[in-house]
Structure formats: structure tokens, C-alpha cells
Design a protein around this ligand. Sequence first.
Ligand code: ADE
Ligand code: ZN
Length: 352
Amino acid sequence: MTRTDSHDRGQALDAFIKAMPKVELHLHIEGTLEPESVFRFARRNAVALDFDNVEALRRAYEFENLQSFLDLYNATMGVLCTEEDFFDLTWDYLARVAKQNVVHTEIFFDPQGHTRRGVPFATVVAGITRALEAGQQRYGISSRLILCFWRHLSEEEAFATWEQAQPHLDRITAVGLDSSELGHPPEKFQRVYAAARAAGLKAVAHAGEEGGPDYIWGALDTLHVDRIDHGVRCIEDGMLVERLVREQIPLTVCPLSNLRLRVVKNMASHNLSRMLALGLCVCVNSDDPAYFGGYMTENFLAVRKALELVPAQVLALGRNAIDASFLTVDDKAALHRRLEAAADEHGFSPGG
Ligand code: ADE
Ligand code: ZN
């Protein structure tokens, strides 16, 4: 194959990536707060900011590690105060990803980042869910909502949040665990997860992003999660990989996030294609797209290029996301049909 051939094939695959119906399973709605919106909400709510303008804030989107990102993320979400703010935030995200052909999204929110500032849990949920319903109407994007506990806070605080969630459980599909991983193992939240699962909720947890394989074992064995968020460090433990493959536990990988939080040195060294080759159920997601330089399409394009992915790998990532979602069997089948039809249209064999 000449260099031109390979360039043309890359271009054709990129065109398919843009067009393919995509499922997003790892997205923090507060992580979609673009710098312009930070200033818009700050003005609206008369919240003082530490930055003079949008450019200065954008320049601060340069991170050493997970904690340096979380420090900024936790601070900037302080501009979100009213139901309207949460509606607008979620609506802006949906409008953006509708253009990227996202057809289903499962969204995290961090209630403790809001209730600690006196914003009621009900206000947050009302704004987000109203936008999700409108997004289904306007763009045909289906969605689920996942309540995340901040793992740097106590078990008692997680239980207080769980109590506040009670009147809203019909809107919440799963619980999740995020924030600073190191030093805050899953075991700390065993009891609150047991309560959530007993109430019929699904469970996911961030694990194996900065933390090692032990955090993934803990999420599986003590939290009994349905999916692992990130999970890229599973590769360090052969027995763990064997289990994740055997049980087809999905791993919601976020390539640009891993790059920007220095989980990987460069995109070419990302282990996504290795994970696929091992038979792990991995998919591509954007995590905090406003902070990490890209939404779903940009994440796919970045790995396609750096890892020289071929159509079969891109399709596998798309299929895994559908299978890993919390949609019904029928809805999954419908999405699979859409994905295969798109592949066919772009000349990629549906079986491939
Ligand atoms: N909160 C938002 N993004 C996160 C990430 N990548 N890891 C842990 N907590 C988060
Ligand atoms: Zn995340």
C-alpha cells in the first residue's frame, strides 16, 4: 500500500467516524462547561471568577494530573446555580453532539458539587432532565442519568446524597463514583452501592484511571459494578484482564482525557487497540469534553489517527458502546441496525 492509499483510507474512515451513529457512556455534564459558558453563567448569577476573561480561563485548561483538573472543574461548576443553568448546560451539550451523530448518551452528574453550595438536588435534576427530554424530542437522542458520588468525601456524605436522591429515583438509572481516585478506594462506598443496587439501580465506578488494578478489583468485587469507567490500567494485571474479558465487563475509555490528564504520554502509546485485541469490551467516550479538547468525534478521530485504527476496530468500538449501554434489548438491536447500515453505506462490510 502506498502512502497515498493509506492516507485515502484514513480519510474514508474519518468520514465514516463523523457519520456513524454514536453512543456515549462516560460524560460528566459539568465537564461540558465551555469557558464562554462559565462567563455567561457567572454574569447571570453574579458569581465572581478568578479569571479576567475567556482566554485566561482557557489557558488554565492545562493539567498535570487528575487532581489539577479536578481543582479547576470543582471551582468552575460554582457558576451553575439555577434550574435554567442546568437546562442550558445540558441543552448546549445535546445540540453539539447531535451534530456529531450521538444517538444515545448516559450522563453523569455530581450533585455534591452543587448541594454543598446550597443548590438543591431537585433543582439540578429538574434542569438536566428537562433538557434530556427536550433533546429526545428535538434531536431524537435517548439518554440515561447517572448520579456520581464524590469519592474524596465520606461515606456519610454519600448516604446523605443518596437520601436526597430518593424522590428522583425514577429519573436516575445508575450510581457512579468519581473525583480523586488515589487514596479513595471503592471499598469505602460498599454500603451505599448496596443500597442503590437494592433499590434497582445499575452501578458504575471510575477505576483504573490513575489508580492501579486493585481499584478495578474493588469496584467489581465490592461495588458489583456493571461497567468500569476508564479501566485502562487493567492491562497491568493478566488475571484481571482475563476476568474482564470472560465477563465482558465494559470499560468506558476516554482517550483525550487520558492524554490531557497525562495518564498516557502520547496518543500513539494509548493501549486502546491492545485492549480491543485482547477481547475487552472497550468503547470511546469524551469524559469532560470542554476541558480535554474534544467531544465524541474528536476522540474517535484522535485514536483513529494515532493508533492507525482500521474499520473493523472502529466498528467494534461502536458496537461495544451499544452493548454496554443501559438501553433495552430492543433499543440496542435498533441501534445495531443503524450502525451496520451506516457502515454499509460507507462501504465497510457490516460483518467486519
Ligand atoms: N470527574 C470528572 N472527570 C473525572 C475523571 N476523569 N476522573 C475522575 N473524576 C472525574
Ligand atoms: Zn470521568
